[in-house]
Design a binder for this molecule. Structure first.
Ligand SMILES: Cc1cc2nc3c(=O)[nH]c(=O)nc-3n(C[C@H](O)[C@H](O)[C@H](O)COP(=O)(O)OP(=O)(O)OC[C@H]3O[C@@H](n4cnc5c(N)ncnc54)[C@H](O)[C@@H]3O)c2cc1C
Length: 402
């Protein structure tokens, strides 16, 4: 099996998009977006897929993957063309991330965090900071990270305790951030801090600071169930002095700014789950078509066929929910509930259906010489990022009951 299994691991990202729901996403994507999607898909297939398992085995942020993504112009997807970005639509971005996650979730999510930051800098940063920070983010010369969560504060993000106090004409940051994707390697940190605990979320300010500033301390990357390519860690601030020029979003607007992209962020997680499920389905199909038992192909056993039919149904449903929500975001319609449905459904579907794909492959399903164990481990983490599953239920049930 091993030579064949290695082939499966390096297998091109499966072309199930054209067979499943071709109209949902692609119809709404413009020709400019289409070129980026195709570039991202071939990069994911040819560069990421063959290397992702070894990055995971090394348990490190894949610096070379980010450099390679930069070479493919994948670092300024949400930045206007006038600023050398790709100026993509939200639907186009979801398609790009579906393609990359079909090869590896960690690389896809790392790029989301970076691209979201670059997009926020282009929309929100004052002119001088924008001029200084945006070009290296778009070119991929500098990697970005988003620091909201703290060891004691997750879902209830308005309660962050990292403090920002004035001292002369400087700001002094003290506190600890947790779960920073890209954190082990990021050079630009967007840090959410509280200026006045009594003001609640209205006291929150956002800084964009250099990761090498005095007083910034990083932990090693966390040991997780999977997705180590994200370089997720903790970052603390002790008497860290920054200037007014490092304020990206002023006091009072920081929390709103953190939440303004939350709907599309949830849609993107759903799209990434679709990518992982596609790979699961294609890998399982490839295997059961050639595996023999009891005088015939495993693929001809009804139990196997129906299980894979269930995977395909959940993949279709996930894509429909994800791209319906993406379209609502792109058209400026209320999308919070659609995004919550999409994220909740697709994350659950990915975990359950990747396990189904591994099951029809027998014990070979559990081997790490094909991508499914890596995707299954990553699918567990999708339940927490950008609002845990229960927070999606809070959003959905509020509209039903309040
Ligand atoms: C791989 C990974 C990468 C991440 N990257 C980043 C990043 O780059 N930047 C960043 O700032 N954060 C990041 N996070 C953190 C993520 O945003 C938090 O994990 C998430 O907000 C949930 O917070 P928590 O884990 O502290 O859970 P808690 O808030 O402690 O919740 C614990 C449990 O209680 C449930 N719960 C909480 N409130 C309610 C409620 N009102 N009703 C019902 N149930 C509730 C939760 O759903 C959960 O099941 C990342 C997390 C992971 C796993």
């Amino acid at each position: 099996m091993s030579s064949q299994a290695t082939d499966l691991n390096a297998m091109p990202a499966p072309d199930l998009v054209s067979e499943l729901t071709p109209d949902v996403a692609d119809a709404a994507v413009g020709s400019g977006d289409q070129a980026v999607i195709e570039r991202a898909a071939s990069w994911a297939r040819d560069y990421v897929a063959p290397r992702a398992e070894s990055w995971e085995r090394d348990r490190r942020f894949a610096t070379e993957a980010f450099a390679s993504a930069a070479g493919e112009d994948l670092c300024g997807l949400l930045v206007p063309v006038a600023d050398s970005g790709s100026g993509m639509s939200q639907i186009g971005l979801a398609r790009v991330l579906e393609e990359i996650a079909a090869a590896d979730f960690a690389i896809a999510f790392s790029l989301v965090c970076h691209n979201n930051l670059a997009g926020a800098v282009s929309r929100r940063a004052p002119a001088e900071l924008r001029a200084r920070a945006l070009p290296p983010l778009v070119s991929g010369e500098r990697l970005g990270a988003f620091l909201l969560t703290e060891p004691g504060v997750g879902s209830d993000a308005a309660k962050i305790t990292t403090s920002a106090r004035r001292d002369g004409d400087e700001w002094v940051l003290d506190g600890e951030k947790a779960w920073v994707s890209n954190g082990t390697s990021a050079e630009l940190l967007s840090v959410y801090a509280q200026t006045d605990p009594a003001a609640g979320h209205r006291g929150i300010v956002t800084f964009l600071i250099d990761g090498s500033t005095d007083g910034v301390e990083r932990s090693e990357g966390y040991e997780l169930s999977g997705a180590h390519g994200l370089g997720t860690n903790g970052i603390s601030f002790e008497n860290c002095r920054v200037s007014d020029g490092d304020v990206m979003v002023p006091v009072g607007e920081g929390f709103v700014a953190a939440m303004e992209g939350i709907d599309i962020a949830r849609v993107l997680v759903a799209a990434m789950c679709c990518g992982m499920m596609r790979t699961g389905l294609a890998t399982a199909i490839e295997y059961v078509r050639q595996r023999q038992a009891f005088g015939g192909r495993i693929a001809d056993l009804q139990g196997v066929r129906f299980r894979l039919a269930d995977v395909a149904t959940d993949l279709e449903a996930s894509r429909l929910l994800a791209y319906r929500a993406a379209l609502a975001v792109a058209e400026g319609r209320p999308a919070a509930v659609m995004a919550a449905h999409a994220k909740k459904f697709a994350t659950r579907a990915a975990e359950r259906r990747l396990a189904d794909c591994m099951q029809v492959m027998g014990a070979v399903g559990a081997r790490r010489d094909h991508p499914l164990p890596r995707h299954l481990a990553a699918s567990r983490l999708t339940h927490y990022v950008d609002g845990a599953t229960e927070i999606q239920d809070v959003v959905i049930s509020r509209t039903l009951l309040d």
